[in-house]
Ligand binder design. Structure first.
Ligand SMILES: [Zn+2]
Length: 261
């Protein structure tokens, strides 16, 4: 989805978009946003043992991505801890292992979607609970409308994802959407920036929580398709996703400045 350019809202948000003079500057920016996203995921309790990964495509080596090292807590990740992985799953920068599932899933998503800069996946409680229902999220709230007609369900659980063919099938299920619900597993979101991909994950997890709460309490009333589509065009765009992440970034850097080390 694309904003109507020239509107006050678009101009205000677009003012936040970073510009880079060199590829090195852009790489550092992506890595800083990535380390911050891990700290936010840690703060929000999205970690579960060694599960979960967020990847950022390298701005120069387009088939390589930056990712968290295996078995390092989201709470501790710094820019200098991030590892660079190539299209064969080999670590080409950094002294750690890559989670095989991170390479198998994210490598295939990045390969299938050249527009995607970042992909986020974790076993957060409400996302994985919702995933067992094998249903799409409904447009119950303004925030949930970001996913209206823009997410899919991968309804085929066959164990931990270690096979490249399964990574391909997940990327196929994602299609051109911003998110896919991996049944009996968790959520996967993507974005045109690290900021956007991480934001969709945070707000999708909460939308799962909201729908679980609403359905436990009664029979929620859906937003009608016309208004859900209108709202999606307001809160579900690439720029909205980027913009919505900014308060989280500012907050986590202020609280945990060592993430930039
Ligand atoms: Zn997983």
């Amino acid at each position: 989805m694309t904003e109507a350019k020239g509107t006050e809202w678009f101009d205000a948000m677009a003012g936040y978009l970073p510009k880079f003079a060199t590829v090195e500057e852009e790489r550092l920016h992506r890595k800083q946003r990535l380390a911050a996203a891990f700290r936010i995921f840690g703060k929000f309790g999205f970690d579960e043992g060694v599960a979960g990964h967020i990847t950022a495509r390298d701005p120069e080596l387009l088939d390589h991505f930056w990712v968290n090292p295996l078995a390092v807590s989201f709470h501790h990740i710094r820019v200098s801890d991030l590892i660079l992985v190539n299209d064969r799953g080999e670590v080409v920068e950094g002294n750690s292992y890559v989670n095989t599932a991170a390479f198998v899933i994210h490598g295939q998503v990045h390969a299938a979607r050249p527009d995607v800069i970042a992909a986020a996946h974790a076993h957060s409680v409400h996302g994985k609970s919702w995933s067992t229902l094998r249903r799409q999220l409904d447009p119950l709230t303004q925030d949930a409308c970001a996913f209206f007609e823009d997410h899919a369900v991968f309804d085929d659980y066959t164990g931990v994802v270690l096979d490249l063919e399964e990574g391909k099938r997940i990327a196929h299920a994602l299609g051109n959407h911003k998110a896919v619900i991996l049944s009996n597993h968790g959520l996967l979101t993507v974005g045109h920036s690290v900021d956007e991909g991480a934001w969709w994950f945070c707000t999708m997890e909460r939308s799962c929580q909201a729908q679980l709460l609403a359905e436990a309490a009664g029979t929620p009333v859906l937003i009608d398709p016309e208004n859900a589509r209108l709202t999606a065009g307001q809160v579900g765009t690439h720029l909205s996703g980027f913009f919505s992440f900014q308060p989280l970034y500012e907050r986590i850097v202020r609280e945990q400045p060592d993430l930039l080390d």
